[in-house]
Design a protein around this ligand. Structure first.
Ligand code: BG6
Length: 483
């Protein structure tokens, strides 16, 4: 099975922040892979825009270095690399001033898709949007792509939305949450709405609880300045984990269309109960050996920001009343492991008697690494000696099942191609982002005003002990985070 590549229309993509980290690590490598795959038409152009004064040749050298560093070595083909670099241009631009804008306008062509990637601090979004209009660079078909963090609370997100809306329609604004571009995250929708098997059971009558885990092994060193002002709640829960929860909990949209999907996600966010303080556990990693602690990484011995959070969430609607969603995410945990586990209820009556023990079906969707799904089913233990039951996993790893040539596409590649196609299904709508902040704000405010201190946890663990208690007290337990 080989991925189908449908070429997109010819485009001019301008990357503001073209020399920045995201451009080097994700955007440019993603575009190069699409070029290699034959999806990016040769006549397309990528225009790096940043403050530094340099010409096309110097920028191409920078891009070449970035690609060599961040693209898989077997994909770095000298001929393809030069072909791709032929599409790359550079404009030195002052986001808040006047220089460079005329040159950018002169580069734009009438007959192709114009997209502008705002890979810069949100404080510059307004200035960029305004300049693009003032100089007649953006047209009504142009698209802008904005990165997270989209605000740091409801008020700032609203203000950002208003600023962008002064110059662009909602249909032109692509708010990225790269989790939505992950292959397995989309597979969640295929699984739920492409099979008859699961949907009848997908509710509180059959599901005991759901666990969402996004565990990372990295710390926050290197980006401590940003992270310490955000914490796990703003950095991960308000966006990535919230999106996963929405896809699991939402009603079937009538079509796989941007607004149909986003309407259903929004309904989930609006149905979330406020989380009680006793249902939230926050943590900070300690030092281990030579590896610095969170407080050392952020260079603030008194920081109260969390590098780990676990919480119990209720979705107050007909489908989910009474089924808790436990979510957790953290840095410096035992392993990099992101998964969603749907834990079904016990069979209503065991015909096998008490000695057969307790058995439950668990459907696990692994987002990374080792993307795939496992369904734990109960069967008879083989052999003589009566009816003994055991749980065995029906395991599917996508790379094995679908063949190596179906390499998992990086989220950014898919999302950038969707921008060019004009498909907003995997992007967040303004009201969704605002609703997510409206839900998280009171929790953040509560612990900030009470000056709560996060619990400490050992690096390489599953987070603070108190997080296990969240489930233990209800005779449940977290799934293991395994190396
Ligand atoms: C980013 C967060 O949005 O997502 C990071 O800011 C986090 O803190 C990253 O490490 C995780 O993304 P992924 O794709 O590696 O799971």
């Amino acid at each position: 099975m080989v991925s189908r590549v449908i070429p997109v229309d010819t485009f001019d993509l301008t990357i503001f922040g073209g020399t920045g980290d995201l451009a080097r690590r994700k955007i440019l490598p993603g575009l190069y892979r699409r070029y290699l795959a034959g999806q990016m038409p040769d006549a397309s152009r990528i225009v790096g825009a940043a403050r530094s004064d340099m010409d096309d040749a110097a920028y191409r050298d920078e891009v070449r270095e970035a690609l060599k560093e961040f693209v898989e070595p077997h994909l770095v083909d000298p001929e393809a690399l030069e072909g791709f670099l032929g599409c790359v241009h550079y404009v030195a631009i002052d986001a808040t001033g006047e220089s460079g804008w005329r040159k950018l306008r002169d580069l734009m062509r009438a007959d192709c898709v114009r997209a502008f990637y705002f890979s810069v601090a949100p404080s510059l979004f307004g200035a960029l949007a305004e300049r693009l209009h003032e100089h007649g660079i953006a047209d009504p078909q142009s698209r802008i792509v904005v990165e997270k963090p989209f605000g740091r609370d409801l008020a700032s997100a609203r203000s950002l939305n208003r600023t962008l809306a002064e110059h662009f329609d909602e249909a032109q604004i692509y708010r990225i949450d790269h989790y939505l571009g992950k292959e397995t995250v989309q597979n969640l929708m295929a699984l739920r709405f492409g099979n008859v098997l699961f949907e009848p059971l997908w509710n509180s009558q059959y599901v005991d609880h759901i666990q969402i885990t996004v565990a990372e092994t990295v710390g926050v060193g290197g980006r401590g300045g940003y992270y310490d002002k955000s914490g796990a709640m703003r950095d991960m829960v308000q966006n990535h984990l919230m999106q996963l929860l929405c896809l699991i909990a939402m009603e079937p949209p009538s079509q796989f269309e941007p607004d149909a999907v986003r309407d259903e996600k929004l309904k989930v966010i609006r149905a979330l109960d406020p989380v009680r303080p006793e249902d939230i556990v926050r943590g900070q990693y300690e030092r281990r050996g030579d590896t610095p602690s969170y407080l050392e990484d952020v260079e603030d011995g008194d920081s109260r920001t969390e590098s780990f959070i676990a919480m119990k969430i209720h979705v107050s609607n007909w489908r989910w009343a009474g089924t808790p969603f436990y979510v957790r995410t953290g840095k410096r945990l035992r392993a990099r492991q992101s998964e969603i586990a749907v834990v079904f209820k016990d069979a209503p009556h065991s015909i096998f008697g008490a000695e057969a023990g307790r058995h439950r079906n668990v459907l696990t969707i692994r987002l990374q690494p080792n993307e795939g799904m496992t369904l734990v089913t109960t069967i008879k233990e083989p052999g003589l000696g009566g009816m003994r039951l055991i749980d065995v996993p029906l395991d599917m790893t996508f790379a094995e099942a679908l063949g190596a040539e179906n390499e998992v596409t990086d989220a950014y590649e898919r999302l950038i191609m969707d921008v060019i196609r004009g498909n907003q299904t995997l992007f967040m709508r303004g009201d969704e982002v605002e609703a997510a902040w409206a839900w998280t704000d009171p929790m953040i405010e509560r612990w900030s005003t009470r000056d709560d201190r996060p619990f400490r946890y050992e690096p390489g663990s599953s987070g603070p002990e108190e997080s296990s208690m969240l489930l233990h007290r209800e005779t449940r337990r977290w799934r293991e985070i395994r190396e």
